[in-house]
Design a protein around this ligand. Structure first.
Ligand code: SF4
Ligand code: SF4
Length: 459
């Protein structure tokens, strides 16, 4: 969306922001319902002890992906902030979206208890309509809180639990708690959350450089309103060529109640409402907006913002490496899990020392979406499976403990006085899909020394 005058065509950001908010809201509502084989794009289920990522389920024991996700998240924040400043705050943060819905849509457009979205300095008028606004927002808060939990509890389970809320008090207690916070935050705390509570607001300025895109008032064109110590000199610049009219449309519209003509401030959430306000004022005079979304260097050199620079390229490369690593790690996902533990007994000596056995506990887990029949092989010459003698079934998502006895088919002793420790490879698989559902695990088979066998038989 742009507005054109004799000063040229200029961007109006608000329509673009509203469109972005709409798209993001739809995406966050719809994403949990998009499933492939029952797997979501993202789900961290504490209930099922599973992580769903890109429609693939990972068991809690496979959470080696979590560090990559965290690295990716932090690198993403660094990259985004260095490149686009507080672009997240103005264009995607739920706090900003919720405040626009409550203040500009419900209070102003729908109920008229605020006069205009152009003036956010005046509080809303107290009336019965305020109670209606609170009621509407409370309903939306419950929806937002439920939507949030769908990334931790699959929607199908959520709606089943909803039929018996008393049996799921913790879940619904969490939802009510989140909704209550959203009501307090959006109606009472307002933009003070961005200014005093949000940790991102505190740290983001250290990631800025002079090429970071921000909301900037062009003092060279507009004229000085504040001195170097941020004290107001005049409400309207006095220089003959100074273009700022002193109308303060940019100040009145600011949701965080700041004056961008003072320079970059921590409170600025990059919503660009002031830029739109100035675009309309200056447009009527046939001039370009004095407030634009640009970088300090671009204003100084009257050039375009430099997005490609050493910092952004470095973050971009690091981000790409972390993404590739995440995909590669994700691709190595095993479709079954197997944990092997030896029992405390070193070995069993049977049949006059001719039958040597080792006992293990195998924990099989079917992490696939289908039921399978499993069995395993010992990849070592001279060692065979005594128990279990038959393959066994395991339902999707379930675990099974098996006592496994391996026995030596021949004399495997390598030392006269010491027991022999043999490294063996266990290959476990689903019989109906040996190509895909297969894992290898190393363990040890202990074969007693002739001396140990002799002393055992003499007991
Ligand atoms: S100064 Fe105010 S209106 Fe302008 S971008 Fe920052 S927060 Fe928004
Ligand atoms: S809206 Fe533009 S012209 Fe009006 S006070 Fe702000 S910077 Fe000056």
């Amino acid at each position: 969306m742009s507005t054109c005058s004799t000063g040229g065509c200029q961007t109006i950001y608000s329509k673009k922001r509203y469109f972005t908010y709409g798209i993001l809201t739809i995406i966050s509502l719809v994403l949990p319902f998009l499933q492939i084989d029952g797997k979501q794009l993202f789900l961290l289920s504490f209930d099922k002890k599973q992580l769903h990522l890109f429609f693939t389920a990972f068991d809690m024991q496979e959470l080696y992906l979590m560090p990559f996700l965290l690295i990716l998240m932090f690198l993403g924040i660094f990259f985004m902030t260095t490149l686009g400043g507080r672009v997240w705050c103005g264009w995607a943060c739920p706090q900003t979206i919720f405040r626009v819905i409550y203040r500009d849509l419900i209070e102003t457009k729908l109920l008229g208890i605020r006069k205009s979205i152009k003036n956010k300095q005046k509080p809303s008028q107290s009336s019965t309509k305020k109670a209606i606004a609170v009621a509407i927002w409370s309903t939306l808060s419950l929806l937002a809180a439920s939507n949030f939990t769908w990334y931790f509890v699959p929607p199908a389970d959520f709606f089943t639990y909803l039929q018996n809320p008393l049996e799921h008090m913790v879940l619904f207690g969490i939802i009510l708690g989140i909704a209550a916070f959203l009501i307090y935050d959006v109606i009472l705390l307002k933009e003070d959350f961005c200014i005093y509570v949000c940790p991102y607001a505190r740290v983001q300025s250290v990631m800025f450089d002079n090429d970071t895109i921000q909301t900037i008032y062009n003092e060279d064109r507009g004229g000085e309103i504040y001195d170097d110590h941020h004290n107001m000199i005049n409400t309207k610049p006095i220089g003959e060529t100074d273009e700022c009219t002193g109308c303060e449309a940019c100040v009145k519209i600011c949701p965080t109640h700041i004056d961008i003509r003072k320079g970059m401030q921590l409170e600025c959430i990059n919503c660009l409402e002031c830029a739109d306000a100035c675009t309309k004022v200056m447009g009527k005079l046939g001039k370009e907006s004095l407030i634009t979304w640009t970088s300090p260097n671009a204003v100084k050199t009257k050039s375009k913002t430099k997005f490609l620079r050493l910092r952004t390229i470095a973050y971009g490369i690091a981000l790409a490496i972390a993404l590739v690593a995440l995909f590669l790690m994700g691709a190595t996902k095993e479709h079954m899990l197997l944990n092997i533990n030896r029992t405390t007994q070193l070995y069993k000596i049977k049949n006059e020392g001719k039958d040597i056995q080792n006992v293990y506990t195998f924990l099989f887990q079917n992490t696939d979406s289908k039921d399978h029949k499993y069995y395993f092989e010992v990849m070592h010459d001279g060692i065979s499976i005594k128990k279990p003698s038959q393959p066994f079934n395991l339902k999707s998502g379930t675990k099974m403990k098996k006592i496994v006895i391996l026995k030596a088919e021949k004399n495997l002793s390598e030392h006269a006085e010491e027991d022999t420790l043999l490294k063996i490879d266990i290959k476990a698989f689903a019989l109906d899909d040996k190509e895909k559902i297969v894992v290898h695990r190393d363990t040890t088979f202990i074969y007693p020394s002739p001396a140990s066998v002799k002393s055992y038989l003499n007991k």
